[in-house]
Ligand binder design. Structure first.
Ligand code: ADP
Ligand code: MG
Length: 480
């Protein structure tokens, strides 16, 4: 029988956060993993994209982490920078009321800034292998308190050639730790890592009818290369999705296609691995807040896309690897929603199609290109929709952040002030308890404190007249 999260031995703070996140029932993989993870078993977990693996390890990690310990207690390795940020955000959401601190350690960001940030209190580090190894070699990532290692998206880590770095990282970690590995697919390399570095691991493989698969309609359309653009246009018009991701095989194709969509005046942006990190974040953030409807992407970029509800995925270029198909459609039919995937197939790509169908265990439903009459019938509704503002996709994130105000104080460690000093003073304010205090960040010369439950203004006003450790600090609302 399926139990809800309340059945696990979890801190009330974490249950509260799950409730706000609208995670009412654990997914299959969470159901299996959470109790075993809580008992500190080494785990090997295989389950499909979109099945909820992130929370399967993030929930027990947030539970297990000791808030008082200042050094990182868990390290999560993941293949891409976007994914690292996504996981960090998930952990912060889940651990919000327990005030768990998670930090992303990824490439293409200032090493020095990371070095400073790593000197702060951090419970959980989420990183990509290259940069994590860098910090380990230079001694700027403290490892002696690390008790948990999570290797996420292991298949992809190894496909991307990170295996040696992952090994080197593992070799440096304390032996007395709990190791778990999560992957959508398994290869020999993955098995090998498990055998070499894990301690009597338990294996959880969920191959039964995938929840996601059943909620996604899989279609294909025969097409020739020169007709792909026309086909895409007519499909977007007739399907008229609120939002849509269109996958191409190469960066060049992504560039060309997004240019074309813009020329049609369809609200479009693109994302691929060749773009600057800041630009990729910006695109993802604006996709979530629905500033545009169509995202043209490569496979690499697909990994970091976590947008709650994408009703349509178009494989403009059929994926060459069977796993890619799942990763791409893993972006639709999430969190209980339904979705549709349409794959364009040319004459030369019949083998790829068969490979996907075998892997998926079902045939893609053949769909005819929309007829002229169909297109004409749908045009008015389509143009009406693309000229209107889409619904934002970040409702839950907003809701979680509602009632939270971040305060800045112009003092920190240099003045010998610690997090507990803030807690002491703030809870001495009438009507404020420790439950109203969120994340606390004490830096050298300044500190940031989140005040929850809409009490920010109250605390802000009161703190103008209160001292912390006998010191009067300047206080104002922090910029986000
Ligand atoms: P995976 O890592 O297995 O590919 P994710 O961990 O990225 O999958 O989760 C897929 C989506 O499902 C995310 O959008 C996540 O917020 C959502 N999700 C995870 N667990 C639950 C749950 N118990 N209830 C509702 N939604 C969930
Ligand atoms: Mg994942």
């Amino acid at each position: 029988m399926r139990r809800d999260f309340g059945a696990f031995q979890l801190d009330a703070n974490i249950l509260d956060a799950l409730d706000k996140l609208e995670y009412s029932t654990p997914t299959d993989v969470q159901q299996e993993v959470i109790p075993l993870f809580l008992k500190d078993n080494d785990l090997i977990v295989q389950s499909k994209t979109g099945s909820g693996k992130t929370a399967a390890f993030s929930i027990p990690l947030c539970e297990k982490v000791d808030w008082l310990e200042n050094k990182p207690q868990a390290l999560i390795l993941t293949p891409t920078r976007e994914l690292a940020h996504q996981i960090k955000q998930d952990i912060i959401n889940i651990g919000r009321y327990k005030r768990i601190k998670a930090i992303p350690i990824v490439g293409k960001q200032s090493y020095e800034k990371q070095k400073l940030a790593l000197k702060q209190k951090n419970h959980i580090v989420v990183g990509t292998p290259g940069r994590v190894l860098d910090h380990l070699e230079k001694g700027t990532l403290p490892i002696d308190a690390i008790r948990y290692l999570v290797i996420d998206e292991a298949d992809e880590l190894f496909n991307m050639g990170f295996i040696d770095q992952v090994r080197a990282i593992i070799e440096k970690l304390p032996i007395d730790r709990v190791t778990s590995l999560f992957s959508a697919t398994f290869s020999e390399e993955v098995e090998h890592i498990c055998q070499s570095y894990m301690n009597a691991p338990l294996t959880i493989k969920l191959n039964k009818a995938n929840q996601m698969k059943n909620r996604t309609t899989h279609c294909m359309v025969d097409v020739t290369d020169d007709k792909k653009l026309d086909l895409l246009q007519s499909i977007l018009i007739t399907e008229n999705p609120d939002s849509c991701i269109i996958f191409c095989r190469t960066r060049e194709n992504v560039n060309a296609l997004s240019k074309q969509l813009k020329a049609w005046r369809f609200p479009t942006e693109k994302i691929h691995g060749g773009m600057r990190q800041e630009d990729r974040f910006y695109v993802m953030e604006t996709f979530k807040t629905a500033r545009f409807r169509y995202l043209v992407a490569t496979d690499v970029a697909a990994r970091g896309i976590d947008v709650a509800n994408i009703p349509l995925i178009v494989n403009f270029d059929i994926p060459l690897e069977k796993e890619s198909y799942l990763h791409r459609i893993g972006r639709t039919a999430r969190a209980g929603k339904t979705g549709k995937a349409i794959t364009f197939v040319t004459n030369l790509e019949q083998n790829n199609l068969e490979m996907i169908e075998t892997y998926l265990g079902q045939e893609l439903t053949k769909q005819k290109p929309p007829s002229k009459a169909q297109i004409d019938r749908c045009k008015a509704a389509f143009y009406k929709k693309i000229s209107s503002k889409p619904q934002p996709n970040d409702r839950i994130q907003k809701k979680l952040e509602q009632g939270i105000m971040k305060l800045y104080f112009n003092g920190g460690k240099k003045k010998k002030i610690r997090a507990l000093d803030f807690v002491g003073t703030i809870t001495s304010i009438n009507g404020v308890s420790s439950d109203d205090i969120g994340m606390i960040t004490v830096e050298h010369n300044q500190s940031y404190i989140e005040i929850l439950n809409g009490k920010g203004m109250l605390v802000l006003q009161a703190m103008k007249h209160k001292t912390i450790k006998g010191k009067q600090l300047k206080v104002h609302q922090a910029r986000k």
